[in-house]
Design a protein around this ligand. Structure first.
Ligand code: GLY
Length: 368
């Protein structure tokens, strides 16, 4: 396996490795929904920070079903979806898109059942309850005055629920969050702030902040990847050209600021970072860039985004990232970070990194 292999061979290798790792995970720890590894092992007593990753294991199980057409994976995917169903009413989290889009919405795409549709719509409506009229944003789990760039990955499910139920208010809440995030969380150079703090009385934007970047005014790579992907999704639902422009600005920032191998650090502006890579952000970017290439219109830009997405996957398919040659490592994608500042899951595998790595491979193979 190498960067010179045809990309389809690299993607096949990613799927074959995922099948082996996930079969072992669901056999060794049935019904367990991990977030990140410690020393390459999923089962440990490390702190969760927040419970936002539980949709990514069922999401990977669906992708394996699509790849293998094996009922074993469908049965597991349905079972693991059922484990998280009650969270459609979870008002403690801003991550309902992360929880339900890659799990229940994928199930719905395959089966188009009323039950699946209702669960996704309910999650989208619950997400909408976070909307703050003053300020025009969806509040994060940390505080009512806080908005996260990550929330851009959770507006798609609101747009979907609004469209399915003809709910103009829900649509408008999602739209306003996109406009507010674009104005205050994405900067003129295309970089992204992790968090914005608003005045609850007036709705005025007060300042940038961060939980996972180097500094409040620096450039946390995963936040930018969420913005790139999330604004592409927002454009797909709304056809508002402002969101396409923002997605492209974020993509161009990533490409301009990352070495030729395509794998970003945790924060582009951190001087002398302890680790060179945050592989999950690269995987998210590879998947998001493929969506962006499909909607951008300009063929030259589309080709450059598609090629860059493939280059990332070629690099991530090498053995220092893809854990295929390391039977003791239980995750799929190495050198990711769950929460670098808290020291949780650093230089490890994460459920979201593994998910978006597999999702990007699935897109390159034409499975989704
Ligand atoms: N909670 C989203 C992230 O850590 O990227």
């Amino acid at each position: 396996m190498s960067a010179d292999m045809p990309i389809a061979d690299n993607c096949e290798r990613v799927f074959v490795t995922a099948e082996d790792k996930l079969r072992r995970l669901v056999s060794a720890h049935p019904d367990y929904l991990p977030q990140y590894t410690q020393n390459g092992k999923w089962k440990h007593d490390g702190a969760p920070w927040t419970n936002w990753c539980q949709g990514f294991l069922p999401g990977q199980l669906w992708l394996l079903y699509l790849y293998t057409d094996d009922e074993y994976w469908r049965e597991k995917a349905e079972r693991y979806c059922a484990l998280i169903e009650a969270r459609k009413d979870d008002r403690e989290t801003h991550d309902l898109g992360f929880l339900f889009w890659h799990s229940w919405k994928r199930w719905h795409d395959l089966d188009a059942g009323a039950r699946q549709r209702d669960v996704v719509i309910r999650a989208g409506r619950t997400m909408g309850l976070r909307f703050k009229e003053k300020g025009g944003y969806l509040s994060s789990f940390v505080a009512p005055e806080s908005a996260f760039i990550d929330i851009m990955m959770n507006v798609g499910i609101m747009f979907y629920a609004a469209r399915e139920t003809d709910d103009a208010e829900l649509y408008n809440s999602a739209l306003q969050n996109c406009l507010t995030s674009r104005r205050y969380l994405v900067r003129g150079d295309g970089s992204a702030a992790h968090e914005g703090i608003f005045d609850l009385d007036t709705g005025a934007f007060l300042r940038e902040s961060t939980h996972q970047g180097w500094r409040h005014d620096s450039s946390w790579a995963r936040g930018l990847s969420w913005a790139l992907y999330g604004f592409s999704t927002a454009y797909s639902f709304t056809r508002d050209p402002r969101f396409l422009q923002t997605a492209c600005q974020c993509a161009d920032y990533y490409i301009l600021n990352t070495p030729a191998h395509g794998i970003c650090p945790n924060d582009w502006l951190e001087p002398n970072p302890a680790r060179p890579y945050e592989a999950s952000a690269a995987a998210i970017t590879s998947s998001g860039l493929q969506d962006l290439a499909a909607i951008v219109g300009d063929p030259l830009r589309a080709r450059s985004y598609r090629n860059y997405a493939r280059d990332i996957m070629a690099r991530l398919s090498q053995p220092d990232f893809l854990a295929g040659d390391d039977p003791d490592w239980e995750g799929l994608l190495k050198q990711a970070a769950y929460h670098e500042r808290l020291g949780l899951g650093v230089d490890e595998s994460t459920m979201f990194g593994d998910y978006f790595f597999l999702e990007s491979a699935a897109k390159l193979l034409g499975l989704i």
